[in-house]
Design a protein around this ligand. Structure first.
Ligand code: HEC
Length: 241
């Protein structure tokens, strides 16, 4: 079986250069990830909440619900508020706006919240108007996730292939080698699957973190073991040419 100590100088140089560039690329990607997602929850540092906010969104808050629980609470009965809030939670569909929500708002709200009042406040008398304060933040759209995930699968897949092919020349225990070769692929797949699952249930944000960490660990191990063995592992005495 071919090992690093069987490689020509040209091969060693191209492997080393490739591993360096990929390693730096990976670090850049991490810094980029950190700085783009750090502020999602309004606090410094990357946390589970940031990841939940990215994919699941912040669904607890619409301006309408905040108003109903806060400054506008006096204008609505508890039972009615409950109806409006569950309408919001169900995604604020137009049909129920007309059949359920508007009749409730007519009781008091529309006296102020319609163009007739002349006040510069949200117009709740039309569906288009109420949408402005009823938008629920549901995180990245499925469309964006699909775009980003196909780029990741192709791009990272090729990077893992290149690094894995080089690493396959290392001399370590077969079970460890096989594990380190398969792990990054499995982790990348789990990571991307978890983006979609997090959109559905915030719990999967933990899978995003775990699989991302596994990918990083396995990849670093492959790169470091390869670099070390390329330059420092001598052919064992008695090993064939
Ligand atoms: C007496 C007039 C009046 C009534 C009745 C009234 N509002 Fe308002 N509402 C206001 C004014 C004035 C503002 C803007 C100032 C503020 O935000 O407090 C406002 C602001 C709001 C906002 C915007 C909050 C934001 O984030 O900017 C919402 C949503 C809202 N009201 C909903 C309601 C609902 C729902 C009802 C009925 C349950 C209602 N209001 C009843 C006068 C009224």
């Amino acid at each position: 079986m071919r090992r690093f100590y069987d490689c020509s100088m040209s091969e060693k140089l191209i492997y080393t250069a490739f591993l360096f560039i990929m390693g730096i690329g990976y670090l850049m990607a991490m810094v980029y990830l950190y700085t783009t997602h750090e502020w999602h929850d309004g606090k410094p540092g990357l946390s589970i909440e940031d990841i939940v906010d990215t994919y699941y969104g912040n669904r607890s808050g619409t301006r309408l619900e905040a108003a109903l629980r806060g400054p506008m609470a006096n204008y609505i009965e508890l039972g009615d508020r409950h109806h409006v809030v569950s309408w919001l939670k169900s995604g604020a569909p137009e049909k129920e706006y007309t059949s359920v929500v508007r009749p409730i708002l007519e009781k008091t709200c529309l006296a102020c919240h319609s163009p007739a009042s002349g006040l510069k406040i949200p117009d709740l008398s039309t569906y288009a108007g109420i949408r402005q304060v009823a938008e629920v933040d549901t995180g990245e759209s499925l469309h964006t996730l699909m775009r980003v995930s196909h780029i990741h699968l192709f791009g990272i897949g090729l990077v893992l292939f290149g690094i894995g092919m080089i690493f396959s020349l290392s001399a370590i225990r077969p079970w460890l080698k096989y594990t380190l070769i398969v792990t990054p692929f499995a982790a990348m797949f789990a990571d991307i699957l978890a983006w979609f699952l997090t959109k559905w249930d915030p719990f999967y944000a933990y899978t995003v973190v775990t699989s991302g960490a596994l990918l990083g660990l396995a990849l670093s191990a492959q790169i470091l073991i390869s670099l070390y063995q390329i330059w420092f592992l001598k052919r064992p005495v008695g090993a064939g040419p």
